[in-house]
Write a protein that binds this ligand. Structure first.
Ligand SMILES: [Zn+2]
Ligand SMILES: [Zn+2]
Length: 196
């Protein structure tokens, strides 16, 4: 594998720790998003990513789009769906990408492998080979075979505000003001609030 795309893929694999179908799918989704929204991997916060799962794909999204929790332009909605929404704040355009790869459900080699695994057999090597085959297939697949892209009319979420921090009355550690809870008349952090 050569060329700039593959260098980028290699770096994404390094960031994630391994190549897997999830990473490959996230890579394809992120590349499609940057192209559709005419965004470069942004240094500023022009791009916003909303991810609806925290699977392997999420790492590729972060690495390729440059959207991170720390910059406040990566938003996690815990829906467990393979759906990704991206906004370009400069242009106001947004797209929603629903990943729809069918390579697992349409492959009849998986059910017997899973059965053997349930019986306690070690199928690691075969499973790994199959996953690598899928990852390669995903990287080569036509885009419309693995995802659906559509425009969204909604506005991007507003920019992350920087909140002041205060000290927890119980543990003394600092926390973001807006996350404070009141317990026995004192302002405490969430972990202290939830402690019995
Ligand atoms: Zn992975
Ligand atoms: Zn505390």
């Amino acid at each position: 594998m050569n060329g700039p795309i593959n260098d980028e893929l290699r770096e994404a694999v390094q960031f994630h720790g391994h190549l897997c179908p999830g990473l490959a799918l996230g890579f394809r989704v992120a590349k499609a998003a940057l192209r559709e929204l005419k965004a470069e991997r942004p240094e500023d916060e022009e791009l916003v990513s909303i991810i609806e799962n925290d699977s392997c794909a999420a790492d590729a999204i972060q690495f390729i789009t440059g959207c991170t929790f720390g910059k406040g332009n990566l938003i996690f909605r815990d829906y467990g769906k393979h759906v990704y929404t991206f906004f370009n704040r400069h242009t106001g355009r947004g797209i929603r990408i629903s990943e729809d790869y069918r390579g697992f459900e349409d492959d009849d080699r998986f059910p017997p492998l899973k059965k053997r695994q349930e019986r306690g057999e070690d199928v690691t090597v075969e499973m790994q080979a199959l996953k690598m085959e899928k990852a390669a297939a995903i990287l080569k697949a036509d885009e419309n075979e693995i995802m659906t892209i559509r425009e969204v009319a909604t506005q991007p979420p507003r920019e992350a505000r920087v909140h002041g921090s205060i000290r927890c009355a119980s543990c003394g550690e600092k926390f973001m003001e807006s996350r404070g809870r009141v317990k026995n008349g004192q302002i405490v952090c969430i972990p202290c609030f939830e402690k019995a």
